[in-house]
Design a binder for this molecule. Structure first.
Ligand code: IPE
Ligand code: IPE
Ligand code: MG
Length: 254
């Protein structure tokens, strides 16, 4: 009855976690967390308030992903292009990992979450890097959800580095040109060892990849929402997973 009323009003009923089939949960979910600035602007707040609020969403979605049985959650937190922003905003963003981990690290450890970082360590302030390194080492032995922060990450940079490494090995006679396969390339990316994302979510209504995992997303299912990251909730996450579960992945076959 309520469902029919919702349908009439054009509101789709969103699944609860418990109503999602347990056998088809994406193994790897990647999220472009976008819209912090616009969320703040809409409320007459400084952009930094949006970034601060977005941290709470990170926590909520990490817990939700873990409970659903997602194995890898990759979150795009700072791109290699985000250095173009005003220094004050960059400085603020670089303080967030430390702030987040100061509050959440114990709980991540207790919940068997393994923290990883995917990005260039170059140019990162030492306080940002040391907070992350601490989290990475304290959780290295954990076997639950892998929480992978894409920080100072750019897909083209990552692919160029991989290609340079391959070229060097070929020149040194360590790698045969014919042995350069999909798998060799995948292994040399910063995501090496992780499966490709099954599902990519981007918030805030932007319909682009912004230099995120261009190789790894070749056959990922894409899901976009107009909702800004600070207002993205478990409900939206389950909606994305529910839609993913209804899609037929063909990988070019039939
Ligand atoms: C996403 O929010 C966070 C980062 C890119 C660091 P934005 O800061 O891009 O927010 P909008 O897109 O300007 O609203
Ligand atoms: C992508 O968002 C990067 C992150 C979410 C960290 P941007 O806000 O930087 O992307 P563009 O500039 O709108 O493409
Ligand atoms: Mg943005």
């Amino acid at each position: 009855m309520i469902k029919r009323l919702w349908a009439k009003l054009g509101i789709s009923s969103t699944p609860k976690a418990s109503s999602l089939p347990a056998d088809n949960v994406p193994q790897h979910v990647a999220i472009i967390m976008d819209g912090n600035g616009r969320w703040a602007k809409k409320r007459g707040l400084p952009r930094m308030a949006g970034h601060h609020s977005g941290m709470k969403t990170v926590k909520r979605i990490t817990i939700a992903a873990d409970r659903l049985g997602v194995k890898y959650l990759t979150l795009y937190a700072f791109s290699t292009e985000n250095w173009k922003r005003p220094k004050a905003e960059v400085d603020f963003l670089m303080k967030l990992p430390q702030q987040f981990l100061d509050i959440e690290l114990d709980e991540l450890v207790a919940n068997n979450v393994q923290v990883r970082m995917m990005g260039s360590r170059e140019n990162l302030p030492s306080h940002t890097l040391s907070a992350l390194e601490e989290a990475i080492s304290k959780t290295a032995g954990n076997t639950g959800l892998v929480l992978n922060f894409a920080l100072n990450y750019g897909s083209r940079m990552e692919m160029l580095d991989a290609v340079r490494g391959i070229a060097k090995d070929v020149r040194a006679g360590k790698l045969d040109i014919d042995a350069i396969t999909d798998q060799v390339m995948s292994d040399r990316l910063l995501s090496g060892g992780m499966p490709d994302p099954d599902l990519l979510i981007r918030t805030s209504g932007e319909l682009r990849l912004s230099n995120f995992m261009l190789w790894q997303l070749a056959y990922s299912e894409l899901w976009f929402t107009d909702v800004y990251w600070p207002e993205f909730t478990e409900k939206h996450f389950y909606e994305a997973i529910g839609q993913y579960q209804q899609r037929a992945r063909r990988y070019g076959g039939l």
